[in-house]
Design a protein around this ligand. Structure first.
Ligand SMILES: C[S@@+](CC[C@H](N)C(=O)[O-])C[C@H]1O[C@@H](n2cnc3c(N)ncnc32)[C@H](O)[C@@H]1O
Length: 220
């Protein structure tokens, strides 16, 4: 029997973690090695895939972007490289946020503001504050379900662009396609599309946990 890699062990632990409090605890210990250990060992490309899809989805962005479940700030780092200039991050873990606060691009902090909040409930985000909303890695087992999208829509300005990465197995389990189609028929969102992208550089085609369905849409 082959020995599991550290990244596989870390992921199994993460997928078994359910709910905000348990996640806060998990990420308190994972924060210092998340990038140098897990991301490197697993060949994590999720943040890059989400940011590429997000940046391809609009011609102009007139306002700040929110990085949902920003963790150590790898999505913000990618967006800054592609010229997105005003980025806020939100996450439940103060330890992950401390890593994000240290991220710089061209000598300036990547994030304008970092908010500590539980995204399974109402946050202190202002109504209509964001022109773009992105996420990688937070819509997954035991973390965020479709109902969080209602809170994000509250914080989005009319026409705001969304690119939300959703773990493919979690997507199926919680019926994100049906839930989002419903929001489209209710007139809350428009231009809904899904893009299938790998989470890891060598993703196994047969394992839905190694793929993301990126939901791309506009707030109405
Ligand atoms: C797998 S990490 C993804 C981090 C980063 N976006 C990336 O792609 O590397 C998931 C993040 O979701 C955050 N998280 C977990 N539960 C949360 C909740 N209820 N509210 C807000 N953030 C949460 C964790 O603290 C963690 O930083």
């Amino acid at each position: 029997m082959s020995k599991k890699s550290d990244a596989e062990v870390a992921l199994e632990r993460a997928y078994a973690t359910k709910g905000p409090e348990a996640n806060r605890e998990l990420y308190a210990s994972w924060a210092p090695t998340y990038e140098s250990g897990f991301m490197v060992d697993s060949g994590y490309v999720y943040h890059q895939e989400v940011v590429k899809v997000f940046c391809d989805s609009f011609s102009e962005l007139n306002g700040p972007v929110l990085d949902v479940g920003c963790g150590t700030g790898v999505v913000g780092g990618e967006m800054a490289k592609l010229g997105v200039s005003v980025i806020d991050g939100i996450d439940i873990s103060p330890e992950m946020l401390a890593e994000a606060a240290a991220k710089t691009h061209n000598g300036r902090p990547v994030y304008r503001q970092l908010v500590e909040a539980d995204l399974t409930g109402r946050t202190g985000l202002a109504d209509g504050a964001y022109a773009g909303i992105v996420s990688s890695g937070a819509f997954t087992h035991g973390v965020l379900g479709p109902e969080t999208i209602l809170e994000l829509l509250r914080a989005a300005s009319p026409g705001a662009r969304f690119a939300l990465g959703i773990n493919s197995a979690h997507f199926e389990e919680f019926g994100f396609d049906h839930w989002l189609e419903q929001r489209r028929s209710d007139g809350h969102i428009a231009e809904l599309e899904f893009r299938l992208r790998p989470i890891y550089s060598e993703a196994d085609e047969d394992d839905p946990d190694q793929w993301t369905r990126i939901a791309v849409f506009a707030a109405v």
